[in-house]
Design a protein around this ligand. Structure first.
Ligand code: CTP
Length: 404
């Protein structure tokens, strides 16, 4: 394959050398397009020696060969690692003020980017919006991950490891971004949808959950090679194929099914929207309206907390993940709610759903932050529910294999 590796001006540029090396060793013809800024971080001779090809930087070199479009046209795959916030902004706008911008615009090849920047820049609404836009156009992201950044700080924004970038890029090029089989041999349990608590034979207390995110998680886990069981409460989307499905109605039924299945699952993801209360009594017959204008009082009793229940059991390397859709006045308040919840539930990870933030892009797709048991941010993802599901499964697959 003819692969273009774009390198932009961030300190992680030195790690791009290992990305190039991985692709060359996998038998590919690698052409480096580096920005001027990238060459301040890593030397041209290094890049030429490792890629075994001339490094291209200048828009006005080899003009007779129409190089500004030729490199992009010939590429089967473009990988930009690291992709700085500035480059991401340029890609989102379609700017072509350097050779890399021209190469990307002139290419129909899949584009994989590995963002690398400080946490504040990654979380800036401008970057968040640019990333959402790039995703909606089919650009593939690998990382960023959480970890040590340049200097003494750490957080989300660190470039994904070169081996992961190579694996992801090659999977994308083979038309199989979701065919990364990192859950092969694992059992994954996903709960989805909203539970319903009957009041009488014809009525129930329920919630608005569609089950879409849970179903997307089950499908993504299946595509990553896992044996998947989906416990579906009320779900408004078609149920996936090649997945064992257990249907439940009430929280009590969900508790029974989940307790049994979680004990034999490597990864349990509680994406179900669980009714916190149920009526003290369920009427045998339909509750009748007797007098005009009368009031009806329902007495409710709290349901068991399934996530807390299964998290309290010994789990021997198995992972348990909760979901929390919260509304809060700002991001910090939302994360505080998430941190309190992960501590209360005792699960390994909590996926905090950012829907409801006042960021403009929130309406374009789903955005989540993954907290670990200590409340630290380990991952952030945004985009369609399918891409978010796939991205966060990558985190849990890595955690299961002890890589994180
Ligand atoms: N959950 C559960 N059992 C319950 C309630 C919730 O297992 N009775 C799980 C959900 O499936 C989800 C996580 O706990 O994974 C968080 O759900 P949420 O409704 O946000 O938690 P609550 O404990 O109900 O907190 P809140 O007071 O914010 O509603």
């Amino acid at each position: 394959m003819n692969i273009v590796v774009g390198i932009t001006g961030g300190i992680a540029a030195y790690k791009a050398v290992n990305v190039i090396r991985g692709l060359v060793l996998a038998g590919h013809d690698v052409h480096v397009v580096a920005t001027e800024a990238a060459l301040r971080f890593v030397g041209r001779p290094t890049l030429e020696a490792i890629s075994r090809n001339t490094v291209n930087t200048d828009l006005y070199e080899a003009v007779a060969e129409v190089r500004h479009v030729a490199i992009g046209q010939a590429a089967d795959l473009i990988v930009i690692a690291p992709a700085t916030a500035n480059t991401i902004a340029k890609l989102a706008t379609g700017l072509a003020d350097d050779l890399l911008g021209n190469t990307v615009l002139a290419s129909r090849a899949p584009l994989v980017i590995a963002p690398a920047m400080h946490t504040e820049m990654w979380q800036n609404p401008a970057t968040v919006a640019n990333i959402a836009l790039l995703r909606s156009r089919g650009v593939h992201l690998v990382g960023p991950v959480s970890g040590q950044l340049t200097g003494t700080d750490s957080g989300v924004g660190r470039m994904a490891e070169p081996d992961d970038i190579v694996a992801h890029a090659l999977a994308v090029a083979s038309g199989a971004s979701t065919r990364i089989r990192d859950l092969e041999g694992r059992r994954v349990l996903v709960t989805a949808g909203g539970t319903r608590e009957p009041l009488d034979p014809v009525r129930f207390i329920g919630n608005r959950s569609s089950g879409r995110q849970g179903v997307a998680l089950a499908e993504a886990a299946r595509d990553r090679g896992a044996a998947v069981t989906l416990i579906a409460a009320h779900v408004e989307v078609p149920l996936p194929t090649e997945i064992d499905v257990i249907r439940v109605e009430t929280t009590e039924q969900l508790l029974q099914a989940t307790s049994a299945e979680a004990a034999r699952s490597d990864l349990t993801i509680m994406a179900a929207a669980v009714a916190d209360y149920r009526p003290v009594e369920v009427a045998e017959g339909k509750i009748k309206k007797i007098h005009a204008g009368e009031r009806l009082t329902l007495e409710l009793v709290q349901n068991p907390d399934i996530l807390a229940t299964i998290s309290a059991l010994p789990r021997d390397g198995r992972l348990i993940v909760g979901f929390a859709a919260e509304t809060a006045s700002d991001r910090e308040a939302l994360l505080e709610l998430g941190r309190a919840k992960v501590a209360r539930k005792g699960c390994d990870y909590l996926v905090v759903n950012e829907v409801g933030w006042t960021t403009g892009f929130a309406t374009e797709g789903n955005a989540v932050t993954v907290l670990d048991a200590s409340g630290a941010i380990v991952f952030e993802a945004s985009g369609s529910k399918t891409s978010v599901a796939d991205d966060i499964l990558g985190v849990f697959a890595a955690a299961l294999s002890g890589a994180q």
